[in-house]
Design a protein around this ligand. Structure first.
Ligand SMILES: C[S@@+](CC[C@H](N)C(=O)[O-])C[C@H]1O[C@@H](n2cnc3c(N)ncnc32)[C@H](O)[C@@H]1O
Length: 220
């Protein structure tokens, strides 16, 4: 699943035709509980689920799956050059790092020539709107161009959640400057069947503004 709209890989085929996933080495970045790796393994691929959070990987381990879990920073991948055919990420790692080019260059390094990276992030336009599912989430309240990170702190003032905003143009330049060719930028539309409301996500907002941006990149 690429995002809260509900676009799934069976429908989108952004990693290529499902029958061609068999035997492919796939790196999942910011895997969380490794839902994508579990699906990829079921298609016959050979995923590796990577996340910086040990706690998230404990959930992945509890749910289980026939693939390795790796606890590491996406900006310092513990793999040899050219280890993977594909890399993917559903809202993992990239929105949370100050230097996304570091991550993208690392992914390029571990991909084989012709390899593909597909990653989804919150659509940058959402940065300008309050994260509310109702009408209050439809009025611009902040500058789209303000790259100051969103930070939540604990009682001691330590950052416990950080999100880094990049404009759509920033993301395109990050991809290209890191040595990828951008072959598609998918903005999933909110489907009629999806009636769920979750956090700032809702049919009301989903029908009016995009919520997810999915970048399809090739390492030539
Ligand atoms: C919003 S969750 C998405 C999880 C999963 N892909 C999903 O679809 O449910 C973001 C994940 O990225 C991970 N993450 C954040 N920064 C990271 C980094 N620098 N390297 C690797 N993983 C990171 C977080 O620990 C978290 O599990």
């Amino acid at each position: 699943m690429w995002g809260p709209e509900g676009l799934d890989e069976v429908e989108a085929e952004l990693l290529g035709p499902p029958e061609e996933l068999t035997g492919r080495d796939v790196l999942e970045l910011g895997a969380g509980a490794a839902q994508c790796s579990r699906w990829l393994a079921a298609q016959g691929a050979r995923p590796v689920a990577l996340d910086i959070s040990h706690r998230q990987l404990q959930h992945a381990l509890r749910i289980g799956g026939p693939f390795p879990l790796v606890c590491a920073d996406a900006g310092a991948l513990p793999f040899a050059d050219g280890s993977f055919d594909l890399a993917c990420s559903a809202y993992g790692a990239l929105p949370f790092v100050a230097d996304p080019r570091l991550v993208l260059r690392e992914v390029r390094r571990v991909l084989r020539p012709g390899g593909r990276l597909v990653f989804s992030v919150t659509h940058p336009i959402r940065w300008a709107f309050p994260d509310e599912p109702g009408p209050e989430g439809l009025s611009v309240s902040a500058s789209y161009f303000d790259r100051t990170p969103y930070v939540e702190q604990d009682d001691e003032g330590r950052a416990v959640y950080v999100e880094h905003h990049r404009t759509l143009g920033d993301r395109v330049r990050d991809v290209v400057a890191s040595g990828f060719r951008l072959v598609d930028l998918v903005e999933p539309e909110w489907p009629a069947w999806n009636t769920s409301e979750w956090g700032g996500w809702s049919p009301l907002r989903g029908n009016l503004i995009p919520g997810t941006a999915v970048f399809v990149c090739v390492r030539d």
